[in-house]
Design a protein around this ligand. Structure first.
Ligand code: HEM
Length: 281
């Protein structure tokens, strides 16, 4: 551990400390020097730095969102509504920041993208382990989408753990059941390694909540989840648009058909009954 204690200074000054025995306490805590050593563009193309930094920043936001969703899930298991809502609200703020962070590369032209596209070869966001964790927590499980991590034991084990655990949505439905709502056993006991599929009785549970008193804390929970679903849908759609602008109908670096494949992925449901229930209130 670096010794970061400050050196003695003149009494009576109100300026910040400027001399330390080792690295600054700031760097010791934030690891800013490590972070700023991680941008290693492969070309001189003017747009590559923005692409690299944006991707790294998004990875950090994925990390925070995953952290907050895990915290929400753990709080719900303990029926701690307040702690769950706090973490859910923090995750909403983080997801806003995640979506906004696409800005620096949202309008790349094909020529600008081509300036560095060949250099990163087969690298693709599709291989992001953190993004896959995020999808698993939403309930969109897939063993086959873990394959890119097969040769990375730590990343694979982390995904496998989430695959076998209840997702955030599974845990929310279990919580609603404990609060007296008729979530059916087939949903509570579902195979959690499979993608979540909409259920008519869950739709009825949300309908009941939405048709009831508007100050019900469970309605607050439903609205926070709807905010999140909207943010996830917007991230997917903004990513598709940025991709379409940068490469049109070309194939993706990760081997997919590109925009056509992404559009199918973007259409996947997020907390489906929270949307369908509204048609019956
Ligand atoms: C304009 C820049 C970008 C382009 C042209 C682009 C293109 C693509 C394409 C074509 C795919 C499909 C998989 C493939 O064949 O590669 C994909 C997937 C993906 N990209 Fe991007 N991407 C861009 C920026 C980003 C950034 C900054 C991130 C942040 C980490 C990101 C994250 C992802 C993720 C997570 C997937 C997988 C989506 C899924 O599994 O449904 N992309 N991207």
């Amino acid at each position: 551990m670096t010794d970061t204690t400050s050196l003695p200074r003149d009494p009576g000054t109100d300026d910040p400390l400027v001399t330390f025995r080792g690295k600054t306490p700031y760097d010791d805590y934030v690891h800013a020097s490590v972070l700023s050593s991680l941008q290693q563009p492969l070309t001189d193309a003017p747009d590559e730095m923005a692409f690299l930094v944006t991707t790294q920043v998004m990875e950090l936001w994925f990390t925070l969102v995953v952290h907050e969703w895990r915290t929400t899930r753990d709080a719900l298991v303990k029926d701690d509504h307040e702690r769950a809502m706090d973490a859910l609200r923090r995750s909403i703020s983080a997801h806003h920041a995640l979506n906004d962070s696409l800005q620096p590369i949202a309008r790349m032209t094909p020529a600008q993208f081509n300036g560095f596209r060949e250099a990163f070869g087969e690298a693709s966001g599709f291989q992001s382990a953190k993004y896959r964790q995020l999808e698993f927590l939403l309930g969109d499980k897939s063993r086959s989408l873990m394959n890119p991590q097969r040769e990375d034991p730590r990343a694979y084990a982390e995904l496998e753990e989430l695959l076998n655990e209840r997702s955030l949505y599974d845990e929310i439905l279990a919580y609603l059941h404990r609060r007296g709502l008729p979530v059916p056993d087939r949903v509570l006991e579902r195979d959690v390694t499979a993608p979540y599929e909409a259920d008519p009785d869950v739709e009825e549970v949300w309908r009941r909540i939405y048709a009831g008193p508007q100050n019900d804390p469970l309605l607050d929970l439903g609205e926070a989840l709807t905010d999140l679903a909207e943010l996830v849908i917007r991230w997917r759609s903004d990513h598709v648009l940025a991709t379409r602008r940068a490469m049109g109908s070309k194939a993706g670096s990760g081997g997919s058909s590109g925009v056509a494949w992404l559009e199918k992925r973007a259409a996947r449901p997020v907390f489906p009954e929270l949307w369908s229930a509204r048609g019956h209130v």
